[in-house]
Design a protein around this ligand. Structure first.
Ligand code: GLN
Length: 192
């Protein structure tokens, strides 16, 4: 399986390390040609305004949007979730706008309000999962096409819409491979 990780900005290397532990071939995506022959793509955490500008400057934004609309599995973590969202409540950005969610950026406060916790998300794994929130967004509204896989304090932080997965937090910054395994199963068409 060949999985791309958008490598314009942010925490991409940690995703690559997790994917390698799961025996995936990985590609760092920096230009349009890197998008060829992928089985899936991850959009990492980072800073969504900058990432959006770089997506536009490199010309990746349109071909990538087209591939996602035509079924390429994609997973956005944190800033990646913001890039996937059709709407963003507080600070609009240039994004892919492929997922029918509205997000609130920095919804839990600034960097010093970052936090971690252990939770159970049955859809992803029977084991407790370590979640790391860093200036994280949450989903404040969504279309009925979107399946909410986990809510924290009533706010959706894990969601799926067909080939699109979004998490508010950073599984790549933990030792757990469970979310990456779940995404690879999506890439093989084993989840629906
Ligand atoms: N707060 C950042 C943004 O709005 C996202 C932070 C992250 O990816 N850890 O882009």
């Amino acid at each position: 399986m060949k999985i791309g990780v958008l490598a314009l900005q942010g925490a991409f290397i940690e995703h690559i390390h997790h994917l390698k532990k799961l025996q995936c071939e990985t590609v760092e995506i920096r230009k349009v040609e890197d998008l060829n022959d992928l089985d899936g793509i991850i959009i990492p955490g980072g800073e969504s305004t900058t990432m959006g500008k770089l997506l536009k400057e490199t010309g990746i934004i349109e071909p990538l949007r087209d591939k996602i609309i035509h079924g390429l599995p994609v997973w956005g973590t944190c800033a990646g979730m913001i890039i996937l969202a059709k709407e963003n409540e507080n600070h609009p950005i240039e994004g892919l706008k492929v997922m029918d969610i509205k997000v609130r950026r920095n919804a839990y406060g600034s960097q010093i309000d970052s936090f971690e916790e252990m939770v159970q998300i049955k859809e992803i794994s029977p084991n407790p999962l370590h979640l790391v929130f860093i200036r994280a967004p949450y989903i404040c509204a969504h279309d009925s096409k979107v399946e909410i896989l986990y809510k924290r304090d009533g706010k959706a932080v894990v969601a799926k819409q067909e080939n699109i997965l979004a998490t508010s937090f950073h599984p790549e910054l933990t030792d757990s491979l469970e979310f990456h395994r779940y995404f690879l199963a999506m890439c093989c068409g084993k989840t629906n």
